[in-house]
Design a protein around this ligand. Structure first.
Ligand code: IMP
Ligand code: MG
Length: 175
């Protein structure tokens, strides 16, 4: 058997259960609204797909594409916008869907950008949140799992563009 350089961390069924919990909260809160879910590519595409299929109210979607990592495990600290929003979000109820919050630089950039477009409300859903890393002066409204400061892959998350197809979430061992 091939020697794997990653170890199991969160199973696909654990992720699905947690997503149902988050969706339940969102369904309650946005019952009479039509939120716009904004996924952050590439990492959040699977989380976004699973989350919105648990949403009961009418909703719309759009995507940002940012890049800050290149092929490294540590953020370059520089955010590049590779795709901006297509829809007009002024006056809309926006929910940003992120795969993971690490240094917090990406989510800060996104929050500032969205705020400048005058949405009615803005909330953030992150599947994973690395504890004790980001210093944010705002809350993350929906968090799937708080995790230690490890590099994780799978369920949409990559290392050097690979491993996004793994069903569960794994910790990458030293490469
Ligand atoms: P931040 O700007 O440092 O918070 O990082 C945000 C982005 O970097 C996330 O949306 C991910 O796409 C990527 N990222 C951060 N940590 C990890 C990780 O452990 N595995 C895979 N991607 C990560
Ligand atoms: Mg991301």
């Amino acid at each position: 058997m091939k020697n794997r350089n990653y170890v199991p961390f969160i199973t696909n069924s654990e992720v699905k259960i947690r997503i149902k919990d988050i969706a339940k909260e969102i369904n309650k809160e946005y019952k009479h609204k039509i939120p716009v879910f904004i996924g952050v590519l590439n990492g959040a595409f699977i989380f976004m797909a699973d989350l919105i299929r648990e949403i009961k109210c009418d909703c719309e979607i759009d995507f940002y594409k940012l890049s800050s990592y290149g092929d490294k495990k540590i953020s370059s600290g520089e955010i590049t916008s590779l795709k901006q929003l297509d829809c007009d979000i002024s006056g809309r109820d926006v929910i940003v869907v992120e795969d993971i919050i690490d240094s917090g630089l990406s989510i800060k950039y996104i929050k500032d950008d969205i705020k400048s477009r005058n949405p009615a409300t803005l909330k953030i859903a992150a599947l994973l949140y690395k504890e004790g890393v980001a210093k944010l002066d705002f809350d993350i409204d929906y968090i799937g799992f708080k995790i230690p400061n490890e590099f994780v892959i799978g369920y949409g998350l990559d290392y050097a563009q690979k491993y996004r197809n793994l069903k569960g979430i794994f910790v990458l061992k030293e490469v």
